[in-house]
Design a binder for this molecule. Structure first.
Ligand SMILES: [Zn+2]
Length: 69
């Protein structure tokens, strides 16, 4: 499945955070669905509208990602 990329550094892995500051690593598909890299992890309680790029300082919403490489 195609993944959406960071508009700055073009990698496709991001962190989402919960109120406790815990992080889950996710990818985003072309339907802008946020999916945990490890399927057993739950996104309950995590803010999936704010992605933190693992490769650079970019922070933004799934809709601002790019499909370009
Ligand atoms: Zn980035």
């Amino acid at each position: 499945m195609k993944k959406m990329n960071c508009p700055q550094c073009k990698i496709n892995r991001f962190r989402v955070l919960n109120e406790a500051g815990e992080a889950v690593v996710v990818t985003v598909n072309e339907q802008y669905e946020v999916i945990p890299v490890h399927p057993e992890e739950s996104l309950e309680g995590f803010d999936i509208n704010v992605l933190h790029c693992l490769g650079c300082s970019w922070v933004g919403s799934p809709r601002s990602l790019t499909s370009k490489h």
